[in-house]
Design a protein around this ligand. Sequence first.
Ligand SMILES: [Ca+2]
Length: 192
Amino acid sequence: MNARTLALALIATLPAIALADTPGTLLAKFAFDKPDTLGPWHEELKPAQEPSDLAIDTANPHSGPSALKYRVKADVDSQRDIYTGVALAPNDAPSGRRLRFRFWARTDGAAKGDASLRVLERGPSGVIGWLDNKVDAVVIDKGATWSEYSVDAPLKDATSMLTLQVAIAHASAGKAVWIDDLSVEQIPGAAK
Ligand SMILES: [Ca+2]
């Protein structure tokens, strides 16, 4: 490869690098570092109905002193989730809004595809739909080692609030997922 070819090859990689590093506007960040508080995260069902543990775990943090741990305690053979809400600013982007979700996760006892991040878009009239029309925005499948996950997706125009869910499908005793450093950023939208 001569110098010119090398230069062209490097230039060709620039847009992808620039896109991945595009600074976004941070809308929400969950570090799960305050001891003994889950902050705004909740279980889908009341504790008596929900055979699971949801806790701040100081034994297995990704960063800081702790992470969020969600562990199913009994065989329920259906999906279970924990959730929180994220309020958005009014839609003032004529070219559309685009969000980036980033987090670190690890699992225990969960098969590939069991655990996922789900993002429900909501508006003044209620539920609008899943982010990018996909039930699972991100499938968490890399096992016991902390791994980083990221997804970019366009937001529907009427969306004013998000519900983030960490879901475990086919919930059975012992399946667990840890989440840390979850962020939601708005990044430049693509022209429609
Ligand atoms: Ca943390």
